[in-house]
Design a protein around this ligand. Structure first.
Ligand SMILES: [Zn+2]
Ligand SMILES: [Zn+2]
Ligand SMILES: [Zn+2]
Ligand SMILES: [Zn+2]
Ligand SMILES: [Zn+2]
Ligand SMILES: [Zn+2]
Ligand SMILES: [Zn+2]
Length: 261
């Protein structure tokens, strides 16, 4: 049989073309197109040529279908491989109500497919500077000291979620202190009731049971309270918003200082 390039095995002896949807004969293991065999057999059934093998003429002609080799990818299409750092670790999705668990690549696919909006909206949180550790531990060299504002600072990491005002360090520069130092503040300021904290201006601030805000009764320039003009106002429930230091406590009382409330 004339062949080009030595591909005789894949050339159908009936149509002389490349085999389409191959079947293989049991007699001589030759490949034929399914359609070509069907056409030959139909002819035989109509009293034409006998049911012999079209290649070796065996009378016991029978054939089996052959699984096609997988189609080859176009050469310009790169083969996808998992990134080399992929590990066998199993990840559990932390999204509310989501029960997904899977390996690294599956988890990444899951995040992109199912939590696309959250990823896009919150990705900046991944790159926050100086995020404090999740578990708060006293720094080994913790040495609480009184600052000018009469508050106590130890220089260790702030516990709880980061606040907008802070670099994450319990220190007088930003004014917020850790829960341990706040405990010392409460003792120093002789605060015994559970609805007060010492704000970062060094003033005792009490939580209003009526509106859920802290107030320290500080006399503040109105501008400092977010207003305008030269008049002054108190940080209190009847004078508009509370001061900046008390606004910080509004948030922190539910997280960093929750154990003191
Ligand atoms: Zn054929
Ligand atoms: Zn044959
Ligand atoms: Zn999920
Ligand atoms: Zn970005
Ligand atoms: Zn802060
Ligand atoms: Zn501290
Ligand atoms: Zn205040």
């Amino acid at each position: 049989m004339a062949t080009v390039g030595g591909s005789a095995d894949f050339e159908c002896p009936i149509c002389m073309g490349p085999v389409q949807r191959a079947v293989v004969s049991r007699c001589c293991r030759h490949r034929f197109c399914t359609n070509c065999i069907a056409a030959v057999q139909q002819t035989a059934g109509q009293g034409g040529a006998s049911g012999r093998c079209p290649y070796c003429r065996s009378e016991r002609f029978a054939f089996d279908s052959v699984r096609e080799p997988p189609p080859q990818l176009p050469p310009q299409q790169p083969i996808r491989r998992p990134p080399p750092q992929a590990s066998a670790r199993i990840y559990r999705c932390q999204a509310a109500q989501c029960r997904f668990t899977g390996t690294e690549n599956d988890f990444l696919d899951h995040l992109v497919n199912r939590h696309r909006r959250e990823l896009l909206d919150n990705h900046h949180l991944l790159f926050r500077q100086q995020q404090p550790p999740q578990q708060y531990e006293d720094p080994p060299d913790r040495n609480p000291r009184l600052a000018e504002n009469k508050k106590t600072y130890c220089g260790g990491p702030l516990n709880g979620p980061p606040c907008d005002c802070c670099s994450g360090v319990c220190g007088p520069q930003d004014g917020c202190n850790c829960v341990h130092c706040m405990t010392i503040d409460l003792a120093n300021f002789q605060v015994t009731h559970g609805n007060s904290l010492v704000n970062k201006f060094g003033r005792v601030a009490s939580l209003s049971s009526e509106n859920g805000h802290f107030y320290c009764a500080a006399i503040m320039g109105l501008a400092e309270l977010g207003g305008s003009g030269d008049s002054i106002a108190y940080c209190g429930p009847i004078d508009g918003p509370n001061c900046e230091a008390c606004q910080a406590l509004d948030v922190q009382c539910g997280s960093r200082y929750a154990s003191l409330m």
